[in-house]
Design a protein around this ligand. Structure first.
Ligand code: NI
Length: 367
């Protein structure tokens, strides 16, 4: 063969290799960005999850199991996911097809088997769903007709969620989330002071460290307080130990700055899993949502906010507003506040802190 022909063949080989590399890379990339989602039914409730099908096994992100009321944590030392329910504890090391099961009677670990390996995908552990759910002692079935998976957890979690207080009294609570901060909060406090109306502030731990003086002012002026985590994360996406840290660190900061710890909690975005509720219950915290969503965080003008409040208010109602919103303006909310107070007072409503409103419910329950 001539020298030129050999060179040409080498070029072709290099081009083919490049093409192969590009195809493989694009394929992996496409797979990552197009990870499928499907609902899985847990105690009759549909919960969406990303999933991977591998050799006939359904793999889901380990953290998804929090929706079944199981505590899920990551152990960096052993590179394993640790599942913990009332009766059971076991770990799934990534890229292995076995489990380490803790025997509570003997206090020792035993090796168990999995039908397929756990995998790490984009730095996130995915576990075989059916295996884990069965190990947790839950019932699981796949209905081929509707192509859906149904899980029955057999776990009862004490409900402790409140959207409003059941009362016939004309009482309502104003609540402000995500502060303290130093721009809108003083304006809101001034308006409340002038009107002689108390509110409740769900505060974020890291903001308290930045604005301790504003935090003190909130409490000194007679307003109620609630815990709204330390970093304001989406709790559904965090390991169970992190949930506890988020709440506890904020409690400690409040104790340090204002000398008291609330037993009220509001999850960021109003979102949490059954496992997060287990932690809240254990900590003796009450989970407070809302019955009137002003949508003020989106920058709505005052008129729109007022319309929502007048439309959705009812006795025992809890109104959601914000005194801080990263990168957004709350001028509409501040402008609406005195008008909300005037409008509702004209209708016969009285403003109280959440603590007072909740006490009202207890009194009525016992009478
Ligand atoms: Ni929030």
């Amino acid at each position: 063969m001539k020298k030129g022909a050999i060179q040409q063949q080498i070029y072709i080989c290099i081009m083919l290799l490049l093409l192969l590399f590009t195809c493989t890379y694009t394929n992996v990339y496409a797979q990552e960005s197009q990870l499928s989602e499907a609902p899985i039914f847990i105690d009759g409730e549909a919960v969406n999850t990303r999933f991977i099908m591998r050799e006939g096994h359904l793999l889901v992100p380990a953290i998804f199991l929090k929706h079944t009321g199981t505590l899920v944590d990551w152990n960096e030392e052993y590179r394993s996911v640790v599942f913990q329910s009332k009766e059971r504890m076991f770990a799934l090391p990534v890229e292995k097809d076995f489990t380490d099961d803790f025997d509570r009677v003997t206090g020792t670990w035993k090796r168990g088997s999995l039908s397929t390996e756990t995998i790490e995908f984009n730095g996130e552990p995915f576990i075989p769903l059916i295996d884990v759910v069965k190990k947790l002692g839950m019932n699981v079935k796949y209905d081929p007709k509707v192509k859906r998976t149904f899980i029955t957890t057999n776990i009862h979690i004490q409900p402790n969620e409140l959207n409003k207080v059941d009362t016939s009294s004309m009482l309502v609570a104003l609540t402000f989330d995500d502060g303290p901060e130093n721009h809108y909060t003083p304006m809101i406090l001034d308006i409340l002071k002038e009107k002689g109306v108390p509110a409740t502030f769900f505060v974020v731990g890291r903001e308290i460290t930045t604005y301790p003086e504003i935090m003190k002012r909130i409490v000194n002026e007679g307003h109620g307080i609630g815990n709204h985590t330390w970093h304001h994360p989406d709790l559904r996406k965090k390991w169970s130990s992190r949930i506890q840290e988020e709440i506890q660190s904020t409690q400690q900061e409040l104790q340090k700055v204002v000398g008291k710890k609330p037993d009220l909690f509001r999850p960021p975005y109003g979102a949490m899993t059954k496992a997060d509720k287990v932690i809240l219950n254990k900590m003796g915290m009450r989970n407070i949502l809302w019955s009137v969503d002003t949508l003020d965080w989106s920058g709505l003008p005052a008129d729109d906010i007022l319309e929502i409040v007048n439309r959705d208010i009812s006795p025992g109602g809890i109104i959601l507003q914000h005194n801080f919103q990263y990168g957004r303006l709350l001028d509409g909310s501040v402008e609406a506040l005195p008008r909300i107070i005037d409008d509702l007072q004209k209708k016969g409503y009285k403003f109280v802190t959440l603590q007072t409103l909740l006490a009202k419910q207890t009194v009525e329950e016992h009478s």
